[in-house]
Write a protein of this length. Structure first.
Lengths: 69, 241
């Protein structure tokens, strides 16, 4: 692969590993949680609690899935 | 004169809160991933910060901090959760193996001659975001009270003193087993990531900065609960129906 493309592939791979890692569902849940928090906030509903709840729940789900594989 | 001291002390204390967050991330990442890339990342962050401060000067207070907090917070949150999860699994599997020495089962920290970009990126982000917040505090207090030099001394002094304390503590941090250290740093990154991402969306935390220790307690309790559940699962114990 020529250098500019190999460099681009390396950057994309680094960003994927950094942001998503080995369980994409956790990153997806955080992303959806942030969108939902923004929507709640726009509608003037308290939203600070949503991400901590998602963190606690998704950690449990991810750990359970990992222990089964 | 009273106003000058009031600005200096207020700027110092407000900046110290931000500096503690910055130093916590740099020391935690350095102890877990290795110091070379972490310190280069931190130095790069200070370099970018210096350029931004010199170029923008007093106009710094008009930089929108919200989107920056959201991006950095979301990145720290997703990355911190990976270490949080791995730390729980490793501590559940091996307990505090390696205390007082090196756990033979643990992967060594980054030793290859190349750059550890993960460590670099984490340190860089922490320094740029928290450094910018210190710069905002200095500009706001300094310009507002017309004691700019006192505000600069307060802000820079906070970073130097808190940084010095972090440097003094790094040998103690190195004695913590790497599996436990990964869990602790994962909890810290997840805590700061949660706090900044939500703040970046323009959502106010109850109690403002006081929400950080409460988040830390929640996530530490979560870690202890999941470590217990993982251990019970490994031993074949099932929770009562």
């Amino acid at each position: 692969m020529p250098p500019p493309f190999s460099w681009l592939v390396a950057v994309v791979k680094f960003l994927y590993d950094f942001i998503v890692g080995d369980d994409w569902t956790v990153a997806a849940a955080v992303f959806i949680g942030l969108i939902l928090s923004a929507i709640l906030n726009v509608n003037q509903i308290a939203a600070w609690w949503l991400i901590p709840v998602i963190v606690v729940v998704m950690l449990g789900v991810s750990l359970r899935r990992a222990s089964r594989t | 004169m009273t106003g000058l001291w009031a600005v200096l002390i207020t700027t110092f204390l407000a900046s110290a809160v931000e500096a503690i967050e910055m130093v916590t991330i740099v020391v935690g990442v350095g102890a877990t991933r290795g110091w070379r890339s972490t310190l280069i990342g931190a130095a790069s962050g200070f370099g970018v910060l210096a350029v931004v401060v010199v170029v923008l000067g007093a106009a710094l207070s008009r930089v929108p901090i919200g989107p920056l907090r959201l991006i950095v917070g979301a990145l720290l949150l997703t990355f911190g959760l990976q270490w949080f999860r791995k730390g729980i699994r490793r501590v559940a599997a091996r307990g505090l193996a390696g205390i007082g020495g090196q756990d033979p089962h643990e992967a060594a920290e980054w030793t290859s001659p190349g750059m550890d970009w993960t460590a670099w990126f984490l340190a860089f982000k922490g320094v740029v975001l928290e450094g910018l917040e210190v710069a905002f505090i200095v500009v706001t207090f300094g310009a507002g009270a017309n004691h700019f030099v006192a505000a600069v001394i307060g802000g820079v002094g906070a970073i130097i003193i808190v940084g010095g304390i972090g440097l003094a503590l790094h040998q103690t941090v190195r004695r913590i087993p790497r599996s436990l250290l990964q869990l602790i740093v994962g909890v810290l990154l997840t805590t700061f990531g949660t706090f900044w991402a939500i703040e970046g969306l323009g959502i106010n935390w109850p109690g403002s900065d006081a929400a950080i220790p409460l988040l830390l307690v929640l996530y530490a309790a979560t870690a202890l609960t999941y470590i217990t559940l993982e251990r019970n699962r490994a031993l074949g114990l099932r929770p009562a129906a």
